[in-house]
Design a protein around this ligand. Sequence first.
Ligand SMILES: NC(=O)C1=CN([C@@H]2O[C@H](COP(=O)(O)OP(=O)(O)OC[C@H]3O[C@@H](n4cnc5c(N)ncnc54)[C@H](OP(=O)(O)O)[C@@H]3O)[C@@H](O)[C@H]2O)C=CC1
Ligand SMILES: C[C@H](O)[C@@H]1OC(=O)[C@H](O)[C@@H]1O
Length: 258
Amino acid sequence: MRMLPSFGLEGKKVIVTGAGRGIGRALAAGFAEAGADIALVVRTKEQLDETAGFVRAAGREALVLPADIRKPEEVRDAVAAALAWAGRIDVLVNNAGMNIRSKAVDVTEEEWETIMQTNLKSAFLFSQSVGKAMIEHGAGGRIVNVSSVAGHVALRTGVVYAATKAAMIQMTKTLALEWGPFGINVNAIGPWYFKTPLTEKLLADPEYVGAILARTPLGRVGELPELVGLAVFLASDAGSYVNGQTLFVDGGMTIYGF
Ligand SMILES: NC(=O)C1=CN([C@@H]2O[C@H](COP(=O)(O)OP(=O)(O)OC[C@H]3O[C@@H](n4cnc5c(N)ncnc54)[C@H](OP(=O)(O)O)[C@@H]3O)[C@@H](O)[C@H]2O)C=CC1
Ligand SMILES: C[C@H](O)[C@@H]1OC(=O)[C@H](O)[C@@H]1O
């Protein structure tokens, strides 16, 4: 028996949500470089088309699926279209997410609903549709949820966002328990700061970056390939016995006591 399993994703059929920019675009490009064909889901079609270009430049196929994942019917339609295109789904990456950085006393019900629907409900509905298809197909599968350090430690970037990311961690464990018997691994990654459109304004503020680095043992923010490598590992043969875990890709931030 070989002692080094494959870290590749040759021929795998993958759905990446929030693939229009930032972490989702990096994940889609990295998964394609690892050999996967990618169904890309996001609202802004122009950004989706750009990401599809990266996937095709890696020699892989890309399916562009414009959708507002706050709408359950659009989630179900996207999964159905991906299944019709690929015949099966091997990996689901629940990446799409957003934040409204309000103080708790200022959070409106509309903000609550938007953040919850985008970050948590959509991830569950995608998991439910894809999980059903994986079980019916009978060949197992992988689900990788993009949570956050905010789901594990307290940040100053909003209580509702934090609640969605903590819920993702528990949803990961529970689905891993329920779907493990079907050979479906469910894991999460918990990023600390990475430079994307979601965080670029914050990371442009030297004082804010100083506060980040003061809590980060590695003394720097992450680079997107460092996050992609972890996600590919979880989707690959090399990660086949990891299930129900949340791996923080955070430079050591979540272990920083004093
Ligand atoms: N960047 C960071 O430092 C960190 C990010 N994360 C998490 O990583 C994930 C990606 O974040 P990041 O890349 O930085 O964010 P970006 O804002 O750069 O990208 C978010 C993506 O999600 C999509 N999206 C948002 N709302 C919807 C919707 N309703 N329907 C469909 N697509 C939607 C956006 O596309 P569009 O607007 O076109 O719909 C976009 O493609 C998020 O879950 C975030 O919480 C976690 C920790 C740290
Ligand atoms: C690290 C967090 O997930 C990230 O930091 C921010 O400011 C974003 O809004 C997210 O909360």
